[in-house]
Design a protein around this ligand. Structure first.
Ligand code: TYM
Length: 331
């Protein structure tokens, strides 16, 4: 099975990126053929300072390696280094319908009230994402829950391309939305997703936070006055409690029921302490390894360079065939 996924270098990755995506990317390496991409073309759909983008791009690559992704057995590379992504995205811009893009909730969230001032790139963002995946004929895409709608669109685009050109060229893709933390919520507001771009630092755990910062953020995380319930049903109207239990479950490879068997009936004080300790145990080695890798940017660039060459070797012939099917003349 060929697996593809991507992450934007638009800031320090959060616990949401880790539990919803990166950790699963690492777990899927066994027995599959994985392609993991730092999507810098997507990042500039919102203005990025060029120096910061360069820094964040190398940081993101370092984090992926520090989380255990093996760039020898699999492929890690930058989206902008493989031209096939932008080439296929243009074809998909001409396949996708405006009505489909108008339904994308992430565009509505990101553009906000000032929709007229959003970049055209932000609007066609899901078409580029579809191109990322289909340029490799990938069939499995591990993502967090917030990407579900984009993957449905990627299937609609593939289906319309196949139908319009009378071929069975792009395969159906399967979203892999895995584990009890596929949607990690803000620590300040249980109805909002944890995000790199939230203006409140207190809303998220960053993968480079030190132990004290993690403990403080968890201690200050919004909760309610009730003790933890003893059954998952008791979390129904308690989004903040549900979020913390989901994070704990993911870190212990359990589920809400197993966490509540251990902590049900306790107040949040003790639970938060246990959760902070778990987070520090998981994240400190990643932060250390990321720092070690970043001390040698040439090594990171060499890994990315090799990754781009291997990625292009797969994507170029697939995109060349898509261009031929569309009717472009090659002389
Ligand atoms: P991005 O960079 O926003 O996030 C990267 C991955 O992290 C997941 N994620 C979360 N999971 C759980 N809880 C959260 N709070 C949370 N926040 C983020 C995302 O679901 C994602 O899996 N459009 C994509 C990048 C992309 C892509 C692709 C993904 C570009 N091309 C092709 C898959 C296939 C994005 O912006 O992810």
């Amino acid at each position: 099975m060929r697996i593809f996924s991507g992450i934007q270098p638009s800031g320090i990755p959060t616990l949401g990126n880790y539990l919803g995506a990166i950790r699963n990317w690492a777990a899927l390496q066994d027995g599959n053929d994985c392609i993991y991409c730092v999507v810098d073309l997507h990042a500039i759909t919102v203005f990025q300072d060029p120096a910061a983008l360069r820094q964040q791009t190398r940081e993101m690559a370092a984090v992926l390696l520090a989380c255990g992704i093996d760039p020898e057995k699999h492929i890690v590379f930058l989206q902008s280094a493989v031209r096939a992504h932008a080439q296929l995205a243009w074809i998909f811009n001409c396949v996708a319908r405006l009505g489909w893009l108008n339904r994308m909730t992430q565009f509505k969230d990101k553009a906000g009230k000032d929709r007229e001032n959003a970049s055209a790139g932000l609007y066609v963002y899901p078409n580029l994402m579809a191109a990322d995946i289909h340029a490799y004929h990938a069939t499995a895409v591990p993502v967090g829950d917030d990407q579900r709608q984009h993957l449905e669109l990627a299937n609609d685009i593939a289906q319309k391309f196949n139908h319009d050109y009378g071929v069975e060229f792009f395969p159906r893709i399967e979203p892999y939305i895995m584990g009890p933390a596929a949607r990690v919520m803000s620590l300040r507001d249980g109805s909002k997703k944890m995000s790199k771009s939230d203006p409140s630092e207190q809303s998220r755990i960053n993968l480079n936070d030190d132990a004290d910062t993690i403990a403080l953020k968890i201690r200050r995380a919004k909760t309610d006055p009730e003790p933890l319930p003893s059954e998952p049903d008791g979390l129904a109207d308690r989004p903040e409690a549900r979020n913390l239990v989901g994070i704990y479950a993911a870190l212990t490879d359990g589920d809400a029921a197993s966490v509540l068997r251990e902590h049900g009936g306790k107040g949040f004080g003790a639970f938060k302490e246990a959760l902070a300790a778990l987070l520090v145990d998981h994240l400190a080695p990643i932060a250390d390894e990321t720092r070690r890798l970043l001390a040698d940017p040439d090594h990171i660039d060499a890994v990315l360079g090799r990754g781009a060459a291997r990625a292009a070797a797969i994507a170029d012939p697939i995109v060349a065939e898509a261009e031929r099917l569309v009717g472009f003349v090659r002389v």
